[in-house]
Design a protein around this ligand. Structure first.
Ligand SMILES: NC(=O)c1ccc[n+]([C@@H]2O[C@H](COP(=O)([O-])OP(=O)(O)OC[C@H]3O[C@@H](n4cnc5c(N)ncnc54)[C@H](OP(=O)(O)O)[C@@H]3O)[C@@H](O)[C@H]2O)c1
Length: 272
């Protein structure tokens, strides 16, 4: 199989996913925003930029004759300390929403024609159990009043749970998954500490303990690898390499349909 894994930076779940898939004999193409990844075919990708997503899709289509699976693993969770009082905006969208949800939706739609020509195509959205903090109503607001970046992160991941469900229904030949990778020791929790050197030093001191308490990136990769490779894995939400129940708000079909329609509008509006 030829597989794209996004967000394969140092010590990340994406890199561990790419390594595990390559060890199983698959051809893996990876992305980061700017730094090449040793030992892999690589191309830059910034999900927060429509130009970058289009450039990636165009490069991929010109370089390869097909795609079997897309692992949408790249994601951000900034402001873990909840210090932001207002959203950071990219193209007028809250940054987690813009990057994790809209960027992933954009990339998936750009690569869908290639995927749909594969014999058993699969799309994996790496979300988080924190999608339970997400709110369907927030899809259509600017997250402005009483801003909480954890709700914004959760909402971006809830939207991806809906997106995977929509993809599976709209494209019956496509298997589409969303999954929680576990609580994994990566650099995701470093974000936001750049401006708090003392906290950064404390985190570095606590690192050995934190590392022991959390899963390794290789363990965090297991559910993605399962969803890409298991012959009998049907579409749905997964945890620990098994089907699981997402949060109740992920079952709201009216919200899911409205999100699908609005996403198409957003992507068209932004292309203008
Ligand atoms: N770690 C956990 O406990 C945990 C729990 C639940 C869910 N998750 C999810 O798992 C996924 C992987 O997280 P991780 O823990 O491995 O985090 P990480 O170590 O911070 O890696 C994230 C990757 O995403 C890439 N990325 C960041 N911003 C991007 C953008 N604008 N466009 C494209 N790529 C971008 C990064 O690229 P650069 O290399 O260029 O920085 C990096 O390679 C994320 O979706 C995260 O939400 C993680």
């Amino acid at each position: 199989m030829r597989i794209v894994v996004t967000g394969a930076g140092p010590d990340s779940i994406g890199l561990a996913t790419a390594v595990a898939l390559r060890d199983l004999g698959h051809e893996v193409v990876v992305t980061t925003r700017s730094v090449p990844v040793d030992g892999f075919a690589w191309h830059p990708l910034d999900l927060a930029s429509r130009t970058s997503v289009a450039a990636f899709a165009s490069w991929f289509g010109a370089t390869y004759d097909g795609l079997d699976a897309l692992v949408n693993n790249a994601g951000i969770h900034l402001d873990l300390r909840s210090t932001w009082k207002q959203p950071q905006l990219v193209d007028g969208h809250e940054i987690h929403w813009r990057t994790n949800y809209l960027g992933t939706a954009d990339l998936t739609r750009a690569l869908l024609p290639l995927l749909l020509s594969a014999p058993d195509p699969r799309v994996v959205h790496v979300v988080s159990k924190l999608h339970e903090r997400g709110r369907n109503e927030a899809f259509f607001s600017a997250f402005g009043d009483g801003y909480d970046s954890w709700v914004a992160y959760g909402t971006s991941k809830l939207a991806l749970v809906h997106d995977a469900a929509s993809l599976a229904v709209r494209h019956p030949g496509l298997r589409a998954y969303s999954l929680h990778p576990g609580s994994v020791y990566t650099h995701i929790a470093d974000r936001g500490l750049e401006t708090a050197p003392l906290l950064g030093r404390l985190r570095a001191l606590a690192a050995p303990l934190e590392r022991r308490m959390l899963a390794t990136p290789a363990q965090g990769a297991e559910t993605s690898v399962h969803c890409v490779t298991a012959p009998d894995a049907t579409s749905g939400y997964y945890r620990r390499s098994a089907p699981a129940e997402p949060a109740p708000q992920a079952g709201d079909e009216a919200a899911r349909a409205a999100l699908w329609a609005r996403t198409s509008d957003w992507l068209v509006e932004e292309a203008r």
